[in-house]
Design a protein around this ligand. Structure first.
Ligand SMILES: Nc1ncnc2c1ncn2[C@@H]1O[C@H](COP(=O)(O)OP(=O)(O)OP(=O)(O)O)[C@@H](O)[C@H]1O
Length: 541
């Protein structure tokens, strides 16, 4: 099975002429000869540009590869724009699987004899189907007898085995690429595939998605800007998830939004705010913000609210990353490239030995042209992309959390500008960022830390006298032990020195004894030999 799939993948790649992606000077003569001998696998689409062929090949290999291509399209640090643009067009439109089978999977997962025990009006025709799961509508019969409109997401049967098998093949190909392509080191194919493995396997676990949705919903409880549908966690299983059905307008349906009189400027600004709030306030952001996952509530168009679904992929940032990121943005918009360079070194994103002046100059060369545009038109996502690309030349390691963030930022900006083309991103984000940075330093930060640590200190306070007493008692005892160990070490050292001297003497006496033997001086030789044995045995002891 694995060999035949491997052959199928190789065949597809060759029939779409993707071997052309490897420049001829990198292909040794025997590889070219071997390629020519595979005459039945010639390129069948020679007139299509290579980007289009790559997209078509991935599409014909199936959903796992389509999703892989979608992920690669966001890695503009690795691929030229024409390839990344083509990959971005990949869509995982796949035919739904049988609704009766979905019903069976739900019954099995929730241990129901019949779906009607828990749901009324389960629709076997899916509401939507994607590569990994499909979604059915139903009405949940709640414990109090009331009905709630819900959707049930079901993972495709057998998809896990398919994904694992394809991942194993991808890993083999990545290994080969890393070993044989001269650019293998820079492209880091093994890391790219292993990152993909993590993302796609995470997406297979709906319990994880449910937990993410619950957390995000809690973070935006009572928010005017974002609503996350309620998840019925009692009915969440690794392959089944039940959640509140929403009836919002897809965010890409601009005409419908305008028709209901939505305040588009406010909506666009709220998108940016929601993103920065998730990143900087909560350190927990929805990282799959493509338009298919964002809706706008039909209620109150003058005070518009987003609805977010599909929380399968989320990003987190640690406190350090957040601080460096915010300071980077502020420094960048103040055109303080030295600070930007220094921040990259301080955060450990580039090695400590990086020459800050050289790095600063490289950043200036790449970023200064961006300021030719009015501030309002500058894209944060592109700023980050340019910074990361420059930093890569200075050995910046791929930071998956930052790549996820930069990708999400590009989505959010694209969305904001689509909703309200005059959106001034910097004006919307700057007060937020500056305020955040201010809160991280000085008195407010100290006060916040004190407040955060207070419960811990309060808990430990009653134990303090005991701990202090133990410490004071342990002090002299530990000192005595240390002294004993030092004395022991000194004795050992003296012994070793004596052994070395004895061994040297033994060797010198042995050499002299051998020389005297050569001159037939038997008695002296025997005496010296005996002395050498005595010294040697002393060294040995
Ligand atoms: N709570 C909901 N209420 C109404 N419709 C929903 C809900 N959740 C999902 N849908 C519909 O199902 C579609 C697919 O859902 P979702 O994005 O969660 O699935 P997916 O398999 O992760 O898809 P993809 O990977 O393509 O984003 C959505 O675009 C939406 O139309």
């Amino acid at each position: 099975m694995r060999i035949s799939r491997f052959y199928h993948i190789q065949k597809t790649l060759l029939q779409f002429g993707l071997d052309e992606l490897i420049p001829p000077q990198w292909q040794p003569w025997y590889a070219r000869l071997f390629r020519r001998s595979l005459f039945w696998l010639r390129n069948r689409h020679p007139l299509q540009p290579v980007g289009v062929r790559l997209r078509l090949a991935l599409q014909s290999l199936g959903p796992v590869w389509v999703k892989f291509g979608q992920m690669l399209s966001t890695r503009r640090d690795l691929f030229p724009p024409h390839l990344a643009d083509e990959l971005a067009k990949l869509q995982d439109k796949v035919p739904p699987f049988d609704g009766a089978q979905a019903q069976q999977l739900i019954e099995q997962a929730l241990e129901l004899e019949d779906i009607a025990q828990l749901f009324s009006g389960f629709e076997q025709t899916p509401l939507a189907s994607a590569s990994i799961a499909q979604v059915h509508s139903a009405r949940l019969i709640q414990p109090d007898g009331n009905l709630a409109d819900v959707v049930i997401k079901v993972i495709r049967p057998d998809i896990r085995q398919q994904i694992l098998a394809d991942l194993a093949l991808m890993e083999t190909l990545a290994d080969a690429a890393a070993r044989f392509l001269p650019d293998g080191k820079r492209l880091r194919p093994r890391e790219v595939v292993s990152e993909y493995r993590k993302t796609i396997l995470d997406e297979l676990d709906l319990q994880r998605e449910a937990a993410n949705a619950i957390q995000l919903r809690r973070n935006f409880d009572n928010s005017d800007s974002l609503y996350i549908p309620f998840v019925y966690s009692d009915y969440s299983r690794p392959n089944v998830m039940v959640m509140e059905r929403i009836y919002g307008i897809p965010v890409s349906d601009i005409a419908a939004l305008q028709a209901q009189g939505t305040d588009m400027e406010l909506l666009a600004k709220r998108g940016v705010e929601v993103f920065f709030t998730q990143v900087f306030r909560d350190s927990f952001f929805h990282a799959d913000m493509h338009p298919g996952n964002i809706f706008v509530s039909r209620d109150n168009p003058q005070n518009p609210k987003y609805i977010g679904i599909d929380c399968g992929i989320v990003g987190t940032l640690n406190a350090e990353d957040k601080r460096y990121l915010a300071e980077n943005f502020v420094a960048f918009f103040n055109r303080d490239y030295k600070k930007v360079a220094q921040l990259h070194v301080d955060s450990g994103w580039v090695p400590a030995h990086t020459k800050v002046e050289e790095f600063e100059s490289a950043i200036r060369t790449v970023c200064e042209p961006i300021f030719q545009k009015p501030l309002a038109e500058i894209s944060f996502g592109h700023v980050l992309l340019n910074l990361f690309n420059t930093a890569r030349r200075f050995d910046m390691q791929v930071q998956p959390q930052l790549v996820l963030l930069q990708k999400t930022l590009l989505y959010i900006e694209g969305l904001g500008r689509q909703l309200y083309p005059q959106l001034d991103l910097w004006k919307t984000a700057k007060p937020f960022l500056e305020n955040w940075v201010k809160q991280q330093v000085g008195l407010p930060a100290i006060w916040r830390q004190v407040k955060e640590n207070l419960p811990f200190w309060a808990e430990k306070l009653p134990q303090m006298p005991n701990l202090l007493h133990q410490y004071l008692e342990q002090g002299p005892k530990q000192q005595r032990q240390l002294l004993q160990q030092l004395q022991h070490l000194a004795v050992q050292q003296r012994k070793t020195r004596q052994q070395i001297i004895a061994a040297t003497f033994a060797a010198a006496l042995l050499i002299s004894a051998s020389m005297l033997l050569c001159f037939d001086n038997l008695v002296s030789s025997a005496v010296l030999f005996a002395a050498s044995v005595i010294c040697g045995s002393r060294a040995w002891r």
